[in-house]
Write a protein that binds this ligand. Structure first.
Ligand code: NAP
Length: 309
């Protein structure tokens, strides 16, 4: 019987692991398919306190893992939780195909990339359509070619700036005429002469499904209704996140968008189940806020287990 199973290995998961390990709870952390979570796909993280020169996202997650394991966290690397039974205690968590019982569970499953929802996007995925510039930007197929980034938030700005290293030009296609991104990121993008914003515009279709590779995009100006086509070799979709909470639907309270709603602190509606990070946060979604929520979930779990003892 586990004291606490932590599901997820982003900033929230590792911080929860660090705190529960130091509380002698001997936590078991299940990393999921993508150990380290979304932060491992970014480059330099400049806004995590304590790193005046910034820190590589992947390295930051490795550091968090090492720190959590140093105090006794047990890691189920690249394992996934396929189902949970939270209807009675002990909770039952199926990890890969093994059912493990637990006195408490911390949900830190994070969020995944939102898709445009186009048929052509689906068909050309990995054939020029991607959701991660740091993972794919340096591929030969994108070098010295025009590239499109879709979105107007921090992610889109970060992707566009990163891609200027490889692309001949980066078109930033945004559905409004102002960026949602933080001012510092927006200013960098707008000052970069390799990035050409295309305002008030949506991607209607990614070309060319017949050739089975990205050759361009068909765009629609939302004000004039006019359609146009631009040539490009890659489409980087950066239009936000969707919480990874499908496993808990119908059991753990969540809003219409699927974000888990804590009742107080990191508690959920099910006593003994706690939540932390992007899967419960649609407002802040920062590495540091996820880490802080992981700490809260660990402390709440520790107190819960103490009270139950
Ligand atoms: P976001 O802030 O939610 O921005 C999503 C962008 O995509 C918005 O501009 C939105 O348009 C657009 N969009 C959404 N759905 C769309 C659709 N179907 N078609 C076209 N455009 C669509 O998401 P994010 O940029 O991924 O950032 C998520 C969080 O992570 C934010 O809190 C952000 O600050 C944080 N983050 C921070 C950093 C950093 O600090 N360096 C880096 C990356 C992310 P509208 O503007 O019209 O809504």
């Amino acid at each position: 019987m586990e004291n606490v199973i932590i599901i997820g290995s982003g900033c929230a998961g590792w911080t929860a692991a660090l705190y529960t390990a130091r509380a002698n709870l001997n936590p078991l952390l299940v990393t999921g398919q993508m150990p380290g979570g979304l932060l491992t796909t970014t480059t330099l993280v400049e806004n995590f306190p304590g790193f005046p020169e910034g820190v590589d996202g992947f390295q930051l997650m490795m550091n968090m893992q090492q720190q959590a394991e140093r105090f006794g966290t047990r890691t189920r690397m690249a394992s996934i939780v396929t189902s949970v039974d939270l209807s009675s205690r002990p909770f039952k968590v199926t990890i890969d195909s093994e059912v493990v019982e637990a006195k408490s569970v911390i949900i830190a499953t994070g969020a995944g990339h939102r898709h445009l929802g186009l048929e052509s996007e689906k068909l050309l995925d990995t054939k020029g359509v991607t959701y991660c510039a740091t993972c794919d930007g340096a591929l030969p197929m994108f070098r010295n070619k025009p590239l499109v980034v879709v979105g107007g938030g921090d992610s889109a700005c970060e992707e566009a700036l990163y891609l200027t290293r490889f692309a001949s030009v980066v078109y930033l296609v945004h559905r409004r005429d102002t960026l949602r991104a933080s001012k510092i990121m927006a200013d960098r993008v707008l000052a970069n002469n390799k990035i050409k914003p295309i305002w008030n515009t949506t991607v209607e279709e990614i070309l060319d499904v017949k050739q089975d590779v990205v050759t361009g995009v068909r765009l629609k100006n939302l004000i004039s209704g006019e359609e146009s086509t631009i040539d490009c070799s890659g489409v980087f979709v950066a239009i936000g996140l969707i919480p990874n909470t499908q496993l808990f639907k119908g059991v753990i309270d969540m809003d219409d968008a699927g974000y888990i709603i804590p009742t107080h602190g990191a508690h959920t509606n099910v006593p003994g189940v706690f939540v932390a990070g992007d899967c419960a946060d649609k407002h802040y979604r920062q590495a540091i806020t996820a880490a802080a929520m992981g700490c809260m979930a660990a402390i709440d779990a520790e107190r819960f287990l103490q009270d139950e003892a």
